[in-house]
Design a protein around this ligand. Sequence first.
Ligand code: ADP
Ligand code: ZN
Length: 749
Amino acid sequence: MNNMYADIIVDISHEALDRVFEYRVPDALKGSLLPGMRVRIPFGAGSREREGYVIALKDKADYDPEKIKDISGILPDSVPVESQLIRLADDLRRLYGSTMAQALRTVLPVKRKIRHKTVTYVSLKLPKDQAGEIRDEWDRKHYRARVRLMDRLMTRPEVDSKVLIKECGVSGKDLKKLEDQGIIRMESSIRWRKGIAEEGRPVKKPPIPLNPDQQAIVDSFLMDMEKGIKKTYLLYGVTGSGKTEVYLALIDRVIRSGRQAIVLIPEISLTFQTVRRFSERFGDRIAVIHSRMSAGERSDQVERITRGQADVVIGARSALFAPVRNLGLIIIDEEHDTAYKSDSTPKYHAREAAIRRAELAGASLVLGSATPSVESYQKAVSGEYGLWRLDRRAGAGRLPQVRIVDLREEFLHGNRSVFSEDLKEGIRERLSRGEQIMLFLNRRGYAGFVSCRSCGQVIRCPHCDVSLTYHRDGSLRCHYCGYQTPYQKLCPVCGMPHVAAFGLGTEKVESALHAEFPQARILRMDADTTRKKHGHEEILSAFSAGQADILLGTQMIVKGHDYANVTLVGILAADLSLNSADYRSAEKTFQLLCQAAGRAGRGEKAGQVVIQTYHPDHYAIRAASSHSYEDFFEQEYAYRSLMGYPPCGHMLVILIQSGDETQAVLASQRIQKIIAQSLETSGEKVSILNPGGAAVARIKDVYRQVLYLKGTDLSVLVDIRQRLEPVLLHHPLFAGITVQFDTDPMNRY
Ligand code: ADP
Ligand code: ZN
């Protein structure tokens, strides 16, 4: 038999990834050993044994084979969560392309370098009379600090040691000494850092009785659970149809069966209000994980999960890897959201990773959305996923009435304003009735681009291949690298004083609103106004509390909150996302419009939506205005299958980056050649689409070349990538070139 070796780590954490030990796989274990398995290994001097985890198997050793020891055996107990996560890392690495270390870093919790915040409570150990004698003795010896301490402890049962040190003037050493002498007792407990800003302890509330549609879904889930069926379900329910109530009910059942749940929510919707609905149901047995929290907050939450103190983990994408011991259910809310695709290597999609984690854990997976991804809906109608539907809004409120406004006609009729006549009228009405309005524009800053009217020169970032954006403070900014320069009227090319800003941004709309509706109170929410840690929350809470009439913002305003008083939603330029030259642009536009429309009429009052567009007949816009997902899906699916785009085919993006433009281009050509040759020999059908510079061909002085590969069979694309990887890593021609892979991308490169 051939030799086989295993890379083993003895400690599960990021830091330990650099300390990988090689062992030989004895013949008896060949065939049964897999990455993730727990094994016993001889370790260090003598015959001491330790436990380790296999992270990779290989047929060549990096070290002297003579000196490599044998694995002693596989640990027999059931697969622990760490093993599942390592298996998952191995799958992600294989499917999306990365080193094992990168994949492990994605799934394993960061090692806790951060110490817990603890509180130490001090109390008297001796009976009061004895303590009193000691106090009097100290008093005679003029131990002032100790006397103050004693007086304090004799009147109050437990005091925080920090308070004692500060207020009585004793030292930590003193306290320790007194503890050793048996005079006082010190008890420490962990003060857990919170996952999300909370206003006091959650008060549990009884659940809302489910309506028949919701109940039917819960019943069907229970039936599957009883039969031991574990699968993926798509919960397709219009906005406000009560999906969250269904999640709560499902989680409740899973917890009662002794298991736990993970709920993924897009980062931007992960607010205090969202989390509160969970804590009202499950009290403090929830943990929250998101990227805005500090390392300390995060490691505390992870430790609570490890200690089994949470039944529900709520978080953004990476919460999928929470070390939940007995996982019974994963829920992905807003499953269509592009935030579920990781933008660092391995560029995994949380939906695919969740399917795998659920399989490994024997858990079920529920995907929820009002506008499911084409991928998921297709799988649901074809029977691969279970399909659950909620067609009506659950509480008060009906779906809003939608009007499409053709901006070309507005222009013809002489309306040069940002707002169509319909929208202006609508805003005026709401203002007079004291109702609220949300306006949506998918571009921040003041204007889209800046150019010279005289020679046409567009003012660009010196480090990136994009135009600069004009901001109202008089600066021109690059939204890719943050470069800033003051605005100047003089053209750097022709020298004429005709440089001006064109196009629309949120800042400009804000000024236009002030001019048109001087009495209106306006809040703006975009990347510029939400830099602070709780920036989002502050703006949304203020709006929710009625401190403004109009909330204007980029796509960050279309998610999450329920505002009963919002009766008008205006979409200022629906075309911005339609024009983005990406095969998903129609889907993204449809989703954005539906989500935005879903904000209107969530309360008792009827809602209205105005969509302004230059393409009133586009199917994405038509379907969104009639709230018809099916219409949209039919047309979109036809387009995807005609073009062979996902889910009717697969894509692999190869992004080639270098600080040297020529090197980047050369590398790209070489890669193309390698791929073409390997396709020739295998006879597989894969097309390479318009190779060349990426959409933004330079960012921060790094040149970006991109290759799009398209094929029907995912495994063929995976194969191509796996054959390329070692060449890119070892061949001198690719030294200094960074190559990244993205399988079934969600964004354009
Ligand atoms: P979704 O998650 O689909 O947007 P939610 O679960 O947030 O929907 O429900 C929307 C609104 O309807 C919420 O205010 C919720 O309290 C209410 N709701 C949900 N289910 C019911 C029900 N069975 N009876 C009454 N109101 C409900
Ligand atoms: Zn730049």
